[in-house]
Design a protein around this ligand. Sequence first.
Ligand SMILES: NC(=O)c1ccc[n+]([C@@H]2O[C@H](COP(=O)([O-])OP(=O)(O)OC[C@H]3O[C@@H](n4cnc5c(N)ncnc54)[C@H](O)[C@@H]3O)[C@@H](O)[C@H]2O)c1
Ligand SMILES: [Zn+2]
Length: 353
Amino acid sequence: MLNILNVVTKDKTYPIYIERGIISKSAEIIKDLYSGKRIGIVSDSNVNGIYGDEFSKDLENAGFEPFTVEVEPGEKSKSLSVYERVCTKLLEGGITRSDMIIALGGGVIGDLAGFAAATLLRGVRFIQVPTSLIAQIDSSVGGKVAVNLEIGKNLIGNFYQPEAVIIDPNVLSTLEDRFFSDGMAEVIKYACIKDRELFEKLEKLNIDSVKECMDYIIMTCCSIKRDIVQIDEKDKGERMLLNFGHTFGHVVEKYFGYSKYTHGEGVGLGMVHMTRKGENMDIVAPGTSDRIQGLLERYNLPVEYPQMESKVVEDTLRLDKKSSSNDINLIMIEAIGKGYIKKIRKNNLKQFI
Ligand SMILES: NC(=O)c1ccc[n+]([C@@H]2O[C@H](COP(=O)([O-])OP(=O)(O)OC[C@H]3O[C@@H](n4cnc5c(N)ncnc54)[C@H](O)[C@@H]3O)[C@@H](O)[C@H]2O)c1
Ligand SMILES: [Zn+2]
């Protein structure tokens, strides 16, 4: 069944289409949005290898003139040098300001192609066709696009909304298990901050049976994100809730050199850590951290918060993007489904470490 969610932002209103098998109907959808011919598809070699040929052929059959710019899979492609190559290839392929770019891939491709679209010729329209779980429930919605610098992630970027998001839950069948689990950590995050019912549903499923319910899960997560983005597109308040588990998650990822823990694993550990600290302070309903831990285990995510030197942790926290000179915004939940922003004096950070 086709589900459509409309995202209304200050500059643009755009649809998110969610349906099993919809990737093969993309050309029809794009016909309604774009009357030109030239389309630059940006993808990585994994996704392009599986879906690229058919996707391009469908566009050609619908009268478009697509060409593909392929990059290596993985976070390394979110760099300024790859960005430059992608922009150059898009221009060489004939993209003008009135043409269309398509991001076909996971969050790396969405962020990279989206940033290229936002900046190339001062802005070319683009469409997100997210293929990983993280991209389908998080990165393709809301307009944050970026590349990384050596000194940190997502430091060069923009807010740039797509023309549409086309989500086919079926393509998740080819996603590696570890990336699926990574995405599940973010699904659990949405449930923790906004949706007790989703949390309870996840408690009844497991890593295999959850795949049957992916339409409902993607729809639920996208509508939570849509609602948050509509209130706070530029990340000044409500949108910070999406960072639940991320502050300490980033600390864990960074402490172990971004090699031991994936992003989702870090987020999972961060969520348990925050709620456990909160329970000790009597600001979180008792038993909440155990329930989150149980859910993470169910979806093959680690739950053992690692030993780290507290001085290094504190120094990392002080540099957190969600902080000002004296305060840091931590995201806490008072119970499952009820997230809120907790402003903490940097001098009082120790109680959370
Ligand atoms: N813009 C935002 O709001 C936002 C939000 C969350 C995450 N992100 C960004 O997203 C990135 C992480 O996203 P990701 O986990 O999707 O990474 P990714 O794009 O690297 O995809 C993960 C892996 O899965 C492969 N893959 C993707 N779809 C597949 C499919 N259907 N079948 C087989 N293989 C497939 C990719 O080739 C890659 O190897 C990070 O860079 C993060 O900063 C951005
Ligand atoms: Zn995240």
